[in-house]
Design a binder for this molecule. Structure first.
Ligand code: IMP
Length: 180
């Protein structure tokens, strides 16, 4: 099937992202001084954010990833979440910080936090780059937040549409030609 034509408009520039990542890293460093947190990135979307954030964090830390089912090929949440690829690191007794690229309905992250909580970490916190609160279906408490965004579908900086656009260095709004 041929690709549709999309218009990409920069919503958050790479400079703004960088400044925000630096700000988040400062907040995290302050709270985790003297600890050795385990950062858990949610694949695939958080891989760019995780890479930039961890390089701003001069803390002793470990990193792991978990892969959850998500939207699949559509742009609306199915509400069904499952672990597709699990953690390699035991988290019992660890200070766990979850790194997520985006929270929309909140269903994905709520599922993950409940899943992790059952494994009895010493602490469990959440760092989210972008939050779209207008479609929330369950309440989510975000400890470290980058940007609050309007209800637009965004791509870039790790975020995709059908596996495309993850490599864009800016966060862009995606509008198909008929929609604007
Ligand atoms: P939630 O369960 O509705 O909060 O959705 C979270 C997941 O949906 C994220 O991890 C993303 O994979 C995906 N998602 C939600 N909104 C967007 C978006 O605007 N662009 C790209 N992916 C999105």
């Amino acid at each position: 099937m041929p690709d549709k034509d999309y218009q990409l408009k920069v919503l958050i520039s790479r400079e703004e992202i960088k400044n925000t990542v630096v700000r988040l890293a400062k907040e995290i460093k302050k709270d985790y001084r003297g600890k050795q947190p385990l950062l858990i990135g949610i694949l695939k979307g958080s891989f760019v954010f995780m890479a930039d954030l961890t390089r701003q964090l001069d803390l002793p830390m470990e990193i792991d990833f978990i892969k959850l089912s998500s939207y699949g090929a559509a742009t609306k949440s199915s509400g069904k979440v499952k672990v597709v690829q699990g953690l390699k690191t035991p988290i019992k007794g660890r200070d766990v910080l979850v790194i997520e690229d985006i929270v929309d309905t909140g269903l994905t992250i709520s599922f993950l936090l409940n899943y992790l909580r059952r494994k009895k970490p010493a602490s469990l916190k959440l760092c989210v780059l972008t939050d779209k609160p207008s479609h929330r279906k369950t309440s989510v408490s975000i400890d470290y937040l980058g940007f609050t965004l309007p209800d637009k579908f965004i791509v870039g900086y790790g975020l995709d549409l059908n596996e495309k656009f993850r490599n864009l260095p800016d966060i862009c709004v995606l509008e198909d030609d008929e929609s604007s």
